[in-house]
Design a protein around this ligand. Structure first.
Ligand code: COA
Length: 140
């Protein structure tokens, strides 16, 4: 998948704050970047020492609800655990019910809140919840 295809997917999923192909290319090229992708979606994380942050996960709107997001997150977690990452963090808008359900099912727990983090035109700002999942390092 090219950076342009990633950007198209991201824009379809996050119309209020799309990332450009250039931004995505730069993020993917960063040291510690881990990208899991399939034709209809991707998950991108950044590893720093033994911690990682989920920067984005997106499934094309027409392909949502078919288990792709869960599969992407599972594959990403497996790769991170193999790299001895012990904790995966992410931020999610409090009103993003599908994503919150996905993360709850995947074993994430709330560890913080950023008040009014997501600003939206002509609407009240929404809190970001900081979630964490502890990972078990894969023994080889
Ligand atoms: C969040 C997202 C990645 C989920 O991907 P998906 O492929 O649709 O999700 P899956 O089909 O794998 O579903 C996995 C679980 O997520 C939850 N879920 C997914 N869609 C849901 C919906 N519309 N409503 C409620 N829960 C939902 C469910 O718990 C589901 O498990 P179940 O099928 O056993 O009920 C996708 O909706 C998306 O790209 N959203 C836009 C971008 C976004 O908000 N990303 C997260 C930013 S933090």
């Amino acid at each position: 998948m090219t950076a342009e295809a990633l950007a198209d997917l991201h824009a379809a999923c996050f119309p209020l704050r799309p990332w450009s192909a250039g931004e995505l290319e730069a993020l993917c090229a960063e040291e510690g970047a881990v990208l899991e992708r399939v034709a209809q979606g991707f998950a991108l994380a950044r590893v720093t020492l033994d911690e990682a942050e989920l920067l984005s996960i997106a499934v094309a709107p027409e392909a949502q609800g078919r288990g792709i997001g869960r599969a992407l997150l599972g594959a990403l977690v497996t790769r991170l655990a193999a790299r001895h990452v012990t904790q995966l963090f992410l931020e999610v808008a409090e009103d993003n019910a599908p994503a919150r359900a996905l993360y709850a099912q995947a074993g994430f727990e709330e560890v913080g809140r950023r008040r009014g983090y997501y600003t939206r035109p002509q609407a009240a700002a929404v809190d970001a919840l900081v979630l964490r999942r502890k990972l078990r390092a894969k023994s080889v």
